[in-house]
Design a protein around this ligand. Structure first.
Ligand SMILES: C[S@@+](CC[C@H](N)C(=O)[O-])C[C@H]1O[C@@H](n2cnc3c(N)ncnc32)[C@H](O)[C@@H]1O
Length: 733
């Protein structure tokens, strides 16, 4: 409540200043076509859309860039590019309530990853969309690359390859709340100039005081992108003048109004949110449910955009105000940014959420926020440092990563009593990362004693398929005794432990409405394997220290990975797909199991590539790509019987399998709409048909029932499988 109060106070004060400057108010209005009246006078804008413009060397025309010119799907608003032969540039009309055809037309990109597409030829004649050719972006950047911006630059210079242009403003009717998209008028452009002047006047002072950033962008994996693709060299280059003026004003007023350190912290966090939601990296989201600006970090990268949104004061309301969940922490608490390897603190319980295998470049990405916090943090937290300490970040996936992780966990183990424990969060699905984790914990003198999976990503946007993404929590204790073991002894132990773990989860889960997905079982299997492996002080002749530090050849993995991998295999084998008899399942070859599993997980709505990869690994099969109907990320699925057609019907692996023949018979049935040829085929081709009939029936039964209603590509084949099933069952000697 107090938080809300101070946020509101700042917000309102900012609003008054914006109003006084008059930089978001429409003093002119416009003629409304339907009523003939002047409307919009005195209204305020809540969004400004900008795009990059570049001269296409092929045509000499200056082209405004965007991946789509649809502005709003709900309001059916589009931008239309009107060529002007005199200036070899485009006027941009903004039209609301257009027809569906016009919406379709507006989808046409002028910028994509392939380059830019000029809509006209040299003479300004429109080129039909399918005949437009791409000019690679590299050609526009030039051989030397882009000019690098100076600290003082806030907009491109006239000679720069990439220019920036305001092309649309959204006005809000204060009475009805209705929103109108309009192209900027001359008066609007004057207001843009005013914003520039206002900013210029304050620029140095505000940088000095830390109201706006001053820091350079240090080159790096992620930070190279804005430098290379836009010439931006300083963090404030990620913001246009309107955004700098706005966020700077929030900082200034926060600084003036806040009295307590608490207030200051809350307000500073708000600044971080503004920096994320109101930048040149904030995409305009035209989808019907949104029509709003997105955050810069919608993924974990810095992505300069062809066009972007700037929030006006009104649209910043939701960005600025946020609530902090209240938790009463009764003990003394202290928060320190510190390299885990040098902590001096002792604790009974350590909870860690380490970075894994280069998943996210925290250290680089946090620099955007640190640039905004630069002058505030040292006052609020004098004992903190204010840079990202890139050099200390545990990262990579190689020996440096492994060694750094061991150093961290060794240190924490050292700083805990013998009966203390640690909780580690772990999300990776990849067997190699798990094997490395085993090695790391092992080397740090820790053992896994318990583990469970929890749903962490509850945000629906992270959900893929039916199941939520799980995280495993591992409980670690000091390894006390020095058990020695051979792989031959450990292997059956791993098997038993994985089985026990999975059986317990199956037992626990709701049969009708399962909570655990395949991915969860996999994670649990890994964790169970770790529990066994890390209990040993020594395994055969594995030299942990050497293994950790050794540079691996490409494709080489940890010596523990075989054992860990076997855990997934057990899991894959153990989890008999619903609807298939256990005895039948046991008879199937690994490739057949892979296919059967694939159909099942697709029926669960699972389309992640990684899950297929894991199954393939689990079943020990290498070449499964040819079985995929789609291998696009998050759309992975198997080919159906009809898609497999008559290809690869004999030989090694899947091609020679019983299931492959059954699928072919289904395809024949579907094609001819008659089960007889399919049946004949099976009887001719399968040696010992009558012995295999029971399995054939089980497989047909599975194929006719398993694919879910939403798998429309399966419809024809499930019907055919059903038809064939009846015929096979009715057929007797
Ligand atoms: C998975 S993230 C933690 C996310 C956090 N639990 C959250 O919910 O926001 C891993 C963190 O480890 C930090 N880290 C990297 N190297 C470190 C080191 N040597 N000592 C301590 N922390 C480190 C990274 O900066 C990153 O913030």
């Amino acid at each position: 409540e107090e938080i809300l109060k101070i946020q509101k106070k700042v917000y309102e004060a900012v609003g008054r200043q914006i109003e006084k400057w008059g930089i978001e108010r429409n003093d002119e209005g416009w003629r409304d076509e339907t009523s003939g009246k002047t409307i919009g006078k005195g209204w305020n804008a809540d969004y400004y859309l900008y795009c990059v413009e570049a001269v296409d060397p092929a045509t000499g025309w200056r082209v405004p860039l965007a991946p789509s010119w649809i502005i709003g799907h709900k309001t059916r608003t589009v931008a239309r590019l009107i060529p002007d032969k005199k200036t070899k540039s485009f006027r941009i009309d903004i039209i609301q309530n257009v027809s569906l055809e016009e919406m379709e037309e507006a989808k046409q990109a002028t910028a994509s990853t392939n380059g830019i597409f000029c809509p006209v030829d040299r003479d300004g004649n429109l080129i039909p969309p399918h005949l437009r050719t791409a000019t690679p972006i590299g050609e526009i950047r030039g051989r030397e690359g882009l000019r690098l911006w100076d600290d003082g630059d806030v907009v491109p210079r006239q000679s720069d390859a990439f220019q920036e242009r305001l092309y649309c403003i959204r006005w809000v009717d204060p009475e009805t709340g209705n929103k109108y998209y309009r192209a900027p008028t001359e008066a609007d452009i004057e207001r843009e100039d005013k914003v520039n002047r206002l900013l210029k006047k304050r620029f140095h002072e505000w940088q000095e005081k830390g109201y706006i950033p001053h820091r350079r962008i240090e080159p790096g994996d992620k930070t190279d992108e804005p430098i290379r693709t836009r010439g931006w060299t300083h963090w404030h280059h990620l913001y246009n003048p309107r955004q700098l003026l706005m966020i700077g004003l929030f900082q200034k007023i926060s600084d003036e109004i806040a009295t307590s350190p608490q207030d200051r912290v809350v307000l500073l966090l708000g600044i971080g949110r503004l920096a994320d939601w109101c930048s040149r990296l904030s995409r305009w989201d035209s989808s019907a449910a949104n029509e709003k600006g997105a955050q810069a970090y919608f993924n974990q990268a810095l992505n300069p955009l062809a066009n972007y949104a700037t929030r006006g004061f009104g649209a910043l309301k939701t960005s600025w105000h946020f609530s902090v969940p209240e938790r009463s922490i009764s003990s003394n608490s202290e928060i320190l940014p510190l390299d885990a390897r040098i902590t001096n603190y002792s604790a009974d319980l350590w909870v860690t959420d380490p970075p894994y295998a280069d998943a996210v470049n925290y250290e680089e990405l946090s620099e955007l926020f640190l640039a905004w916090y630069e002058k505030r943090l040292p006052v609020l937290f004098p004992e903190w440092y204010t840079d990202s300490k890139r050099a200390l970040a545990v990262k990579g996936a190689d020996e440096n990563f492994r060694v750094a992780m061991v150093e961290c966990y060794k240190k924490l183990a050292e700083k805990m009593p013998d009966n203390g424990f640690q909780l580690v969060m772990f999300t990776h699905q990849d067997v190699d990362v798990w094997s490395d984790l085993a090695l790391i914990l092992w080397a740090a003198g820790l053992r896994v004693t318990a583990a469970w999976t929890i749903a962490t990503e509850t945000d629906t946007s992270f959900r893929t398929g039916k199941y939520v993404q799980g995280t495993v929590l591992l409980v670690l204790r000091k390894r006390r005794d020095s058990l020695r073991g051979d792989r031959a002894d450990i292997w059956p132990e791993v098997q038993n432990e994985v089985r026990r773990q999975l059986a317990a989860m199956l037992e626990l889960d709701d049969k009708e409405d399962p909570n655990f997905g395949d991915a969860d079982y996999q994670l649990a299997a890994y964790a169970a394997a770790l529990r066994v492996v890390t209990a040993y002080g020594a395994i055969e002749d594995i030299d942990v220290e050497r293994e950790l530090r050794r540079t691996r050849r490409p494709g080489e993995t940890s010596p523990l990975s075989d054992m860990i991998r076997s855990a997934v295999r057990i899991a894959s084998d153990f989890l008999v797909p619903d609807g298939l008899d256990k005895t039948i399942w046991r008879q199937l070859a690994p490739e057949e199991r892979f296919y059967i599993k694939g159909v099942e997980i697709e029926a669960h709505g699972e389309y992640r590539d990684g899950v297929y990869q894991e199954f393939a690994r689990g079943f020990g099969i290498r070449d499964y790509r040819w079985l995929l109907g789609s291998d696009a990320a998050n759309q992975t699925r198997l080919k159906t019987a009809s898609e497999l057609k008559g290809r690869d019907l004999s030989g090694e692996g899947f091609a020679g399998s019983l299931l492959r023949q059954v699928l072919f018979a289904v395809y024949k049935t579907a094609e001819e709409d008659d089960p007889q040829p399919g049946l004949d085929y099976l009887k001719q081709e399968l040696p010992g048909y009558w012995d295999q009939r029971r399995t054939v029936i089980a497989l047909l039964d599975y194929l006719s029932n398993k694919p879910s209603g939403s798998m429309t590509h399966w419809k024809k084949d499930t019907e055919a499988a059903h038809l064939l099933l009846g015929t096979v069952e009715g057929d007797s000697l």
